[in-house]
Unconditional design. Structure first.
Length: 118
């Protein structure tokens, strides 16, 4: 055997050894990848219904927020109307009362002045 044949034989043996090591390493790696694929598939099957439920919950939440917004606007409108009513009552009630009190004070003052002159 020549040295070239020996080197070729060693190269074939090393390549075979590397191939065997690669096969030994790749078998658990393929098992791991298969398990990961199964886990991802089961997660996908579980996430799809959850996303549907989440979408439904968000839709219901939006409806509730719209209802709360309507209630808040109604309450604001009621408060504005009450403010107008209070302002109107203040104008209707306090203005005549002030006039009556002023007139009464003037009359009392006039009576006092006429009594003092006599």
């Amino acid at each position: 055997m020549t040295s070239l044949e020996i080197i070729g034989l060693i190269a074939i043996i090393l390549m075979s050894a590397f191939a065997i090591v690669a096969i030994i390493v790749s078998i658990p790696l393929f098992k791991l990848l298969r398990k990961a694929n199964n886990i991802v598939g089961s997660l996908d099957n579980q996430i799809n219904p959850l996303m549907g439920e989440l979408n439904s919950i968000v839709g219901k939440l939006n409806l509730e927020l719209a209802t709360i917004n309507d209630i808040t606007q109604s309450a604001g409108s009621i408060v504005e109307q009450l403010e107008k009513i209070v302002r109107l009552a203040r104008i209707i009630i306090t203005s005549p009362i002030v006039k009556v009190i002023s007139t009464a004070a003037g009359i009392v003052d006039g009576i006092k002045k006429t009594k003092s002159k006599k």
